[in-house]
Structures are given as C-alpha cells and as structure tokens.
Design a protein around this ligand. Structure first.
Ligand code: ASP
Length: 329
C-alpha cells in the first residue's frame, strides 16, 4: 500500500475525524487480550518486558508533540535511570571483573543510526548513541572514546555500580563457574519501537548486557541489524536475550526483511526464533531470546524461545502487558 493511501485509511484519517486511531483499536485488543496483528495505525509505543513507566514516558513525549525518535530516547532513559533495573544503565550488573559496561543503539526513519559499545560511567547510553548518530560522522563509538564523547555533550560521569549490583556480583563470585549463557528469567534489555501519528518509525535498544560477562564482551544490542533495525518503509524490530544468538542470525534485520516479503510482525518474529532454535545442535534450552516487531500499519508481534517473555504496548489509554507465545512448549 502506498504511504499516502495508508495514512488516509488509518491514523491520520481517523485523526482528521477527531477519533484517535489508538482508541479505535484498543477495544479489539482488550477483547482478544493480545496485541499481535491488531492494528490499525499509530501512534504506538511497544517495548520489551514490563516497562510501564518507560512506555508511558515515550507516549507522553509523543503527546507533547515530539518525534518518534525523541519518544524512544525518553522511554529508554527511564529504565537507564532506574537503579532497580539490573540489566540497563545505572544499577546494571557488572562483568565478571566488576565493571558495568553499557551497549545501546538508536535508529531513525531515514535509516540513520548511532551506537555505543562498552560505555562506562555514563547512565544514559541511549542519549550518547543518539548523539553519535546526530553529532558525529560515525555510527559506533566504543569504550573510552564513547565516554569522552558523552562528557563532551554535557553528560555527567557517575559510578554505575550500585551497592546492590556490587553485592550481587560478590555473591555470584562465591559460587560461580563462568558459563556464558543467559538465565531465562534474568535479562531485560530495553528495546523500544515507536510509531508517531504520521506513521514515522524509530527504535532504540539499551542494556548493560549479559550479567558477569567476560570483560570486553559485546552483545547484539549495539549492533544495528542484530539488536535493532528500523526501515520506515516496512517496519521495525528489536531483540532481547542472549545476544550471541541474535548476532548469528542478524535477527532484527531478518524480521524486517521478512515483513518486507509480506509476513506479519508476528509471523516474522516466529520465523526469526525458528532460525535460532532449529539450527543443527542448537542448545536453545539453555538460553532465552525474545523479539518484538511492528509494521507500517501499526500491527505488532512478539515471540520468544521460552515462556516468560513480555511486551508492553501503550496506545494512549493505558499500558497493556502481554505475555509472549513461545517456541519451547
Ligand atoms: N541482548 C543483551 C545482550 O546480549 C542481553 C539482554 O537482553 O539481556 O547483551
């Protein structure tokens, strides 16, 4: 469908009538108690896990007239600042040597993107990623260079290792034999996809990565195409879970390309999970991966390897938390 036709038929058409598209589709959503493929149209905020404060902040940003990109940044920042979230930003669990290192990326509707890898001492990795995209000629900055750039744009250096994270790390050291797999319950990279009222898409992804990882380990979250991909003509996808497996299948790009070929967001997420688990010799029982996706009609989907993955959707009335269907039944 041509963009102009889509806008006429969905979100803008309904806005012209004074009826928010969101309100039109929510009744349908509540009835079925699922988001997948419900549509139609934006605005929509969709995030990995139960992050009601983050999705609400993104929605509020849209409601105040900000862009989808602003909304993504605003939403991700909520979780980065929440020291109770031990997988993102300040309070994130450290690597096995006690260093908290953050990865993040962001992508806009023009295909521009920015990313930070192994960022230390700065809470808002998503803001640094956005600045890499907007203020530098580069796509990725790593380590000390990323930190120096963050300081140069006015972000403050902070100790990201909270007493709680430090205590958890010390306890882990007492018994752990290092095994780089992800506990099915213990991860929650924040991935967020936003469509504004004009149907413009943006996405972001922020994490402290795999808890107690080897020093220097980087996962999928800052890798454009793996942790996140946005194509404003087609849709967007974002990943959470064991990044190594997402990278091996370039999961988010795969989902967007499958949607381009006609699959719904739900079908595309399911196929991307199958690509991981149906590889010869896959040890998928030992790790979790979850995807969320959205297409240009505002239809959404989500799927994971195991039970326990959640997505949150906000469309202007209230947050809705949806437990994902999963492969390993
Ligand atoms: N995907 C992240 C990583 O592998 C971890 C997570 O989602 O918790 O770094």
């Amino acid at each position: 469908m041509k963009r102009r036709t889509f806008l006429k038929n969905t979100s803008l058409g309904s806005l012209a009538l004074g009826i928010p598209a969101a309100a039109m589709s929510c009744a349908e959503r509540s009835e079925e108690n699922k988001v997948a493929d419900a549509g139609p149209g934006g605005p929509v905020v969709l995030a990995t896990w139960n992050v009601n404060n983050a999705t609400k902040a993104a929605w509020d940003s849209l409601a105040a007239g900000s862009s989808a990109l602003d909304a993504v940044e605003a939403g991700c920042k909520i979780e980065e600042a929440d020291i109770k979230n031990s997988s993102v930003g300040k309070g994130g669990l450290p690597d096995r040597d006690g260093n908290v290192t953050l990865d993040a990326c962001i992508m806009d509707h023009t295909g521009n993107c920015g990313s930070v890898v192994y960022l230390q001492n700065i809470t808002h990795a998503i803001t640094v990623a956005r600045s890499v995209m907007e203020d530098t000629p580069h796509v990725m900055l790593a380590g000390k260079g990323a930190e120096m750039h963050a300081l140069s744009i006015g972000l403050e250096a902070e100790d990201l290792l909270t007493p709680e994270s430090k205590a958890a790390w010390e306890k882990w050291k007492e018994t752990s034999q290092y095994k780089p797999i992800i506990n099915i319950e213990n991860h929650d990279t924040i991935g967020m996809l936003v469509m504004d009222k004009d149907g413009t898409l943006a996405g972001g992804c922020t994490t402290s990565g795999l808890a107690y990882k080897m020093q220097g380990r980087v996962g999928d979250s800052p890798i454009i195409g793996s942790g996140l991909f946005v194509d404003n003509e087609v849709g967007a996808a974002v990943a959470t879970g064991l990044g190594e497996e997402v990278v091996k299948t370039v999961g988010s790009f795969l989902i967007v390309e499958l949607m381009r070929q006609g699959k719904s967001p739900q079908e595309a997420c399911e196929e991307a999970i199958r690509r991981i688990v149906e590889k010869p010799g896959s040890n998928y029982k030992d790790f979790q991966v979850g995807y969320i996706a959205m297409n240009k009609k505002g239809e959404t989907g989500y799927y994971a390897i195991h039970k326990g993955f959640w997505a949150t959707q906000y469309q202007g009335d209230e947050n809705k938390n949806f437990e994902s269907d999963f492969y390993n039944k």
